[in-house]
Design a protein around this ligand. Structure first.
Ligand code: ADP
Length: 300
């Protein structure tokens, strides 16, 4: 067994333990265990939004989830099921209406440098060079100039962008911009990466390359990743575990574990098979989401 397979097996075992902790026979035992062991715990988390007219919208309901240290967790669900809301709450940018979210056993109250949210709208600064963009996040943490520069260069090297450190953002392709955003996030050395459909706007080849890089970096750094996507193949390609959410209100419909060896490939028949399993769970929820959209078009 090579090292990366060993790492994957260990993470998978940790993932199993996380699930057992979340679903265990004794709720109090599970609670005590997951408080200590889980990197992130969501306990009966719900989030609803009030509206000017009518009932509040229940975005998420009763989410109970334990994410183990170093786990690569993917979350899939139809549009509007609360995936982004979930990440925002873990990031500390939004608060549950009920339930609690713990990071390393402590309640999440606000954003912190231990968690970074990466989304499609990358928030890179066009007036800064690639190197300066990567340094920017560290500057916010008060790092020293020399240390910032050395670390920025290290992470640009990790995403194969060393030769572009003096370029400006408009001089880069979409995939390169994503890698700058990834380097900027990694340079802060967060324990947890929260990724909200980060590669959705990219062409298939670029996305495949970024999957490879993300998987490699993850296996080197041991970070915990929660990756939201509506692409089942992407989830099967990347995840140790794939959580499927129902359409509004978003609840956990099922979890599918994937112990496939790494590195993986998008076209691998086993990945395709896991993606098929995820799609079987998701199909009904997508239908419900589309029906709801048609209804609101008919009765605005
Ligand atoms: P997803 O990421 O799965 O597409 P979201 O988390 O963006 O779903 O949204 C889930 C539901 O919560 C949607 O019905 C959305 O309209 C509603 N929602 C999200 N954020 C807000 C907000 N700030 N105010 C009101 N409703 C919101």
């Amino acid at each position: 067994m090579n090292l990366s397979n060993f790492g994957a097996s260990l993470r998978s075992l940790q993932g199993h333990l996380g699930s057992l902790m979340a679903q265990g026979s004794s709720a109090s035992e599970a609670s005590a265990a997951s408080r200590v062991e889980a990197k992130i715990s969501l306990r009966n988390v719900s989030r609803s939004y009030s509206r000017e007219k009518g009932e509040p919208v229940a975005a998420l309901q009763d989410i109970h989830l334990a994410v183990t240290p170093g786990e690569f967790l993917c979350i899939v669900g139809p549009s509007g099921c609360g995936k982004s809301t979930l990440l925002h709450m873990i990031a500390g940018l939004d608060k549950p209406s009920a339930g609690e979210i713990l990071l390393n056993g402590r309640a999440v109250q606000e954003p912190g440098p231990d968690r970074i949210l990466i989304f499609q709208d990358l928030g890179l600064f066009p007036w800064l060079t690639v190197l300066e963009n990567v340094e920017f996040g560290m500057r916010m943490k008060g790092a020293k100039k020399d240390e910032m520069q050395a670390r920025a260069r290290r992470y640009l090297n990790l995403v194969h962008l060393s030769q572009f450190e003096d370029s400006y953002i408009h001089q880069l392709s979409g995939g390169m911009r994503q890698r700058v955003a990834l380097a900027r996030a990694l340079a802060i050395q967060p324990d947890v990466l929260l990724m909200d459909e980060p590669f959705a706007a990219l062409d298939a080849q670029t996305r495949d390359r970024l999957h490879d890089e993300l998987e490699r970096i993850w296996s080197e750094t041991g970070q915990t990743i929660i990756f939201v996507t509506h692409n089942v193949r992407e989830a099967a390609r990347l995840g140790d575990r794939i959580v499927v959410l129902t359409f509004r209100p978003g609840r956990i419909k099922t979890e599918i574990r994937s112990d496939l060896p790494r590195p993986r490939h998008m076209e691998d028949p086993h990945v395709v098979q896991v993606a098929g399993q995820v799609m079987d769970e998701l199909r009904g929820e997508i239908d419900r989401s589309l029906e709801s959209e048609f209804q609101s078009e008919k009765n605005p």
